[in-house]
Design a protein around this ligand. Sequence first.
Ligand SMILES: [Zn+2]
Length: 472
Amino acid sequence: MESFRESSVVLARKYRPIKLSGLVGQDMLVLALCNAISNNRIPHALLFSGIRGIGKTSIARAFAMSLNCIGADGSVRSPVTDACGLCSNCVSIIASSHCDVIEFDAASHTGVADMRSIIESVGYSSSSARWKIYIIDEVHMLSSSAFNAMLKTLEEPPDKVVFIFATTEPEKIPVTVLSRCQRFSLERIGLESMVDHIITILDKEGIKYEKSALSIIASASEGSVRDALSLLDMAILKSGGGDIVADIVSNMIGISNREPARILFSQILSGNATGVIKVFDDMYNSISSIESLMSRIMEVCYHATLIKIGNKDIVYRSCQTDYVEKIESIIESTKLSVILRLWQVMVNRGKVLTGGFVSKIEIEMFFVELCHCSLWPSIDDILNIVDNKSYNMSHNVCDTKHGNVNINGSSDSIKQETSEVSNVCVNSSCIIKNNAINSNSIGVSSNIPITNRSIDILNDVNNYFPNSVIVE
Ligand SMILES: [Zn+2]
């Protein structure tokens, strides 16, 4: 076989799946299509949705081949689940040159005139194929008038005509069109399947590798075969004819390796500002961009949340086992509310930090801020702390200039008694406005659990989360 090094064809094209059986990681979808063929229940319109580079148009072509394959000796008279790939129909469909299998890119042909030309041709029977097939890629890009023009044809399609739509954004397709299609979602390829697929290709190419390098590529591809093979192309070039090793791949992808982000997150979660500054300083020169670092840390935070709420299996689909185990041990004694608080700060501040040029100082300060946030007690903690003090609010509350405060459903105005109480009242009146705290804890308790310290903390929280459920 021709080696990749002697070939100018990129791997994603060279190893593009041709038959239904060759599709990676889409077993359920392939089974459903094979059943449709075996039971002679071919849908007139199919919609394949999924992320870019996952194989939507490949599966559309493979299905077109299965419907039209006549076998290598021309003896096959009906659709087959395993197309030969050798007959005249198969060969021209693979080459995208079959006159009865029309491929159409909706991204560049969005108008109603383009759609009319298709609709007019639908009426003519196929010239050599068994089924006339229209593959419309990025179908969500069609204009609404183009969709309307298509509706009548979709409702009463001529015999032996199949529409296959592919899209990355099915939610942009009108419901009237969706309801006339059989919908199939293509799943992201899991880490293990992706690594196996890459190994198969490298074995065919005669290229040696470290498995950990392939895991990094598979992880960075986020489930897209095309992205994984593009990264593999780059890794082969970077390796300059040698083995594909983890160091080269990590370097090539930059910070895409999750380990630095995991270490930073671990320091942040433990509130170790000294540690986070040191770790960040050590890795600063190897960071390709602040955006990628931020998105990786947010990803770790997301994974931590999934693990905490009991969806560890979802994290396993795209991450290595040791990474998941490390995250699990980091968050073992951390409350979900703390992780969610960090997420909220990252979302709020991260947009500013990734919006343009950001200095190292700003990032360092941001990390220190996150460490600070991770040390805040939860609302439950605050209530527990001050519950011990059993501060009875039933006869002390409010600075009159703050008006009436509604406690336990009454509208009594209560006089301020001491300066300490004044502090409590002024702040608590702000807090008591808040439904979340008022109804669930403070307002319904006769022993109002508030101290100056907890008020400071709540004000601090309020500054950080002006629109959050905590205080708004
Ligand atoms: Zn064939």
